[in-house]
Design a protein around this ligand. Sequence first.
Ligand SMILES: *Cc1c(COP(=O)(O)O)cnc(C)c1O
Length: 463
Amino acid sequence: MNKINTDQQSLDAILTEVKQQGVEYLNHIDKRSTANQGEVAIVGDLSEQGTGTVEALKQFNQRFEPIMVASSGPRYWGFVTGGTTPAAIAGDWLSTIYDQNTQSANGGGDVSAIIELETIQLLLSLFNLPKDFFGGFVTGATLSNFTCLAVARQWIGKQLGKDFAREGISGNVKVLSATPHSSAIKSLSMLGLGSDNVIQVKVMEGNREALDVTDLELKIQALNGEPFILISSAGTVNTVDFDDFEAIHVLKEKYNFWWHIDAAFGGFAACSPKYSHLVKGWEQADSITVDCHKWLNVPYESAVFFVKEKHQLLQVETFQNANAAYLGNPLENFSYLNFLPENSRRLKALPAWFTLTSYGKQGYQEIVDGNVEVALQLANFINENPNFELLAPVRLNTVCFSLTDENLVPAFLNKLNAVGKVFMTPTFYNGKKGIRAAFVNWRTSVADIELATATMLEILTEL
Ligand SMILES: *Cc1c(COP(=O)(O)O)cnc(C)c1O
């Protein structure tokens, strides 16, 4: 019998083994190293017969599993790295098992697109955003920024009497921003808008990364009525600063521009009454990016775009899979493939649907409040120890700090990360070498901060 047929007959045993391994891993993830402690050689030759899944699992466990790092564990604070809730894992497994190709929702039997549309509604509800946004799932905030900015590009063309999607871009499209995420700049490159075409808006004074609204208005006036794209931030990556959305809205009433907000993780401020003021007015934007594999704590790859429904025609003009006759008229038959970059797509919404349904608004408020609390706990430790200094106040869930002697930062961070108890990433802020610790994992607790700070103190003695 060939290997697939044998596997088919032992499906129960295979999945049981994988399940047990998963439970074992997740139940002890706090003990697992946050640093890669070994190496593995790449083998490029494929066997003729194959091994069957049980044997493949043994190989995986021998070669790769021991050096998997606890990136979804409670002390992986580098980048902005979310974990996975139990419900999200269940939903993710089911996405694989049912293996739908999520496309249309117009009675073609594709319930997966209905699940996706419903999940978008649940997210809008979580964020207290109005229902006049249309949304969908993409692989990450980079692709969400790309999707939103692609519609913005089409909007700019419309203002000039052009259809950029058909004709290609002409002229120099102006983009204004103060502290855009690198992925927004990457998106401008991918979209042919040109990463050099960003007009830098000043940041506010007083150790801020938020844009200076007065300077924004000056830069707008210098454009003499030319339409432009504004990329604003709901949570900058270094210091989690927020642009003033109410002030931007006032400008939007006066001037003609597309307003995009990158709220990849900062949008979750909306989940807590303590921090929702940070995003006040964001509902007036034309488009918003939110990552799900960060603070929603669903597995990679998951993010959503929200684009105002009134721009749907522009979105379809940009993404329509137009010359495939068998797919029908994109304006009459709703299908996600006419609204975003991918055609065939996984049921990405299901993990998000499961976790939202399972934990509700209160569950997410607790995750957000808890993560901010531990960020403040780490900030207190930094403040009280003369060897460290905060580079910026903690505004939400990230601590950006340095050593009093900034030249010690690389050695300190390398040694700290090598221990494998906690992981943070280097940064450069306000002309100084720094370190970032970002908290978006539902598991992180007070005890994790204690363990990490004890390790930090040990490393100090070794410098
Ligand atoms: C993480 C992040 C991104 C990019 O997200 P990916 O999910 O890595 O593609 C974009 N913007 C901000 C503000 C982010 O924090």
